[in-house]
Design a protein around this ligand. Structure first.
Ligand code: ATP
Length: 275
């Protein structure tokens, strides 16, 4: 029913400051999505049609979901209510014929009622895969429903769609035509500078955050790590430090009164976490 159509706004708060190495993407998305949502009159007065849909593509864990959440949260911080709806592509699919279409229609109705809104489809390739012959009819029907719903949106851009995918080629081409998901952002794996920034984000609230030198050193040895990997590395390093300082909590039930403030994460804990 309609009960599961709920804005996720402010559930997981995220800020642009929590995103490392993607400032160009943030600026571009602000201009393409955020400002048109907040200042529709400006865009109308210049006869500019903001995009209805953008695609974020790139490897897993590179911040696609994070950036979408940050966009929604930034709007509420600015005192504007922007509703945020998040769906996983494959979750919309259903074994019941017509149910996915019905869910999509409900979602769009809800988003329009509560506009300005952002609809975020994570793993959109699962929702609108390239039409394969055996499941052709199901996909045809879902894709054409989505296309019709997008085409039916007001051109002033008060409802915007963001789709995220790891596999751009797996998305039905019809969704990528003008007026639909017609802007694409290719998220890269972070380079060395970006990795250092991301490490900073995930350690800067620590009592003893790693020095700039240590961060740069770590960043240069983490080639191929995505943002999510770097976050895991920081978590692991903290756990390594804890384990080393208080081995007794693993073996004894009455050793829980410990001074956690005395745990300090050192360089070798990261090295340990990395191996
Ligand atoms: P997926 O394709 O798996 O959905 P994604 O690109 O959407 O991946 P996120 O869910 O945004 O990845 O990233 C997972 C977590 O990794 C984030 O919540 C964040 O903690 C961390 N992370 C990823 N990228 C960055 C980044 N650029 N800066 C800071 N943290 C990041």
């Amino acid at each position: 029913g309609g009960a599961d159509i709920q804005p996720l706004q402010a559930v997981d708060s995220a800020s642009f400051d929590d995103i490392g190495g993607l400032s160009k993407y943030i600026d571009a998305l602000k201009e393409m999505i955020f400002f048109p949502l907040l200042y529709p009159e400006f865009f109308a007065s210049y006869h500019i049609t903001p995009p209805r849909g953008v695609l974020l593509c790139g490897p897993p864990g590179t911040g696609k979901t994070l950036i979408a959440r940050a966009l929604a949260c930034a709007a509420s911080k600015a005192g504007q209510k922007v509703s945020f709806y998040m769906r996983k592509g494959a979750d919309v699919l259903s074994k019941w014929v017509g149910e996915a279409e019905r869910q999509l229609k409900l979602l769009f109705e809800e988003a329009q009622k509560n506009q300005p809104s952002i609809i975020f489809f994570d793993e959109i390739d699962g929702l609108a895969p390239v039409r394969s012959s055996n499941q052709e009819q199901i996909h045809n029907s879902i894709v054409s429903t989505l296309l019709a719903l997008m085409d039916g949106l007001d051109s002033r851009g008060q409802v915007v769609l963001i789709g995220a995918t790891n596999r751009i080629d797996a998305i039905d081409g019809a969704l990528r035509r003008p007026g639909r998901f017609d802007r694409e952002f290719k998220f890269p794996l972070p380079g060395c500078e970006a990795r250092s920034e991301i490490l900073d984000i995930h350690t800067r609230k620590w009592k003893h955050a790693p020095s700039d030198e240590l961060r740069m050193e770590l960043a240069s040895s983490c080639v191929g790590y995505c943002g999510a990997d770097l976050k895991t590395l920081c978590t692991e390093a903290a756990i390594c430090a804890f384990r080393e300082k208080y081995p007794q909590v693993y073996t004894s039930d009455d050793q829980f009164l410990i001074d956690v403030d005395s745990v300090k994460v050192e360089k070798y804990h990261f090295t340990e976490a990395m191996s």
